[in-house]
Design a protein around this ligand. Structure first.
Ligand SMILES: [Zn+2]
Length: 117
């Protein structure tokens, strides 16, 4: 059964692709659409599967107030350690400090920008 709420996600993505957004996180889409983050994430992954979006996994330092992004990769590197220069400390990649970051496939962005409805 089609879940009509999910079109909200598609519309957000389409509008963002027309603008200056380079990448985004599911939390931003969830707060704009009012949908649960998990639901948004699942839909965004479907958009990755059809080739509209790309997902990368961002590992952030756990330490309070530390702004460092330690790694960006195609798969979440759970269990690996990364050195934080800011804290001078090794940080383990766990599900709690790893965040999916979405960006647009170049072809999708081109197509959306050209589209006239
Ligand atoms: Zn740090």
């Amino acid at each position: 059964m089609a879940d009509i709420e999910l079109f909200e996600v598609d519309i957000w993505v389409e509008v963002a692709a027309k603008g200056r957004v380079l990448y985004f996180y599911p939390s931003a889409v969830a707060s704009r659409t009012g949908l649960p983050v998990q639901k948004v994430f699942d839909r965004l992954i479907q958009l990755v599967d059809v080739g509209y979006l790309v997902v990368e996994w961002e590992v952030r330092c756990d330490n309070y107030n530390c702004p460092e992004v330690l790694s960006l990769s195609k798969e979440p590197p759970i269990g690996k350690y990364f050195y934080c220069e800011y804290c001078d400390e090794e940080i383990e990649c766990t599900p709690d400090n790893t965040f999916p970051r979405f960006s647009f496939c170049p072809g999708y962005k081109e197509m959306i920008k050209k589209k006239v409805v």
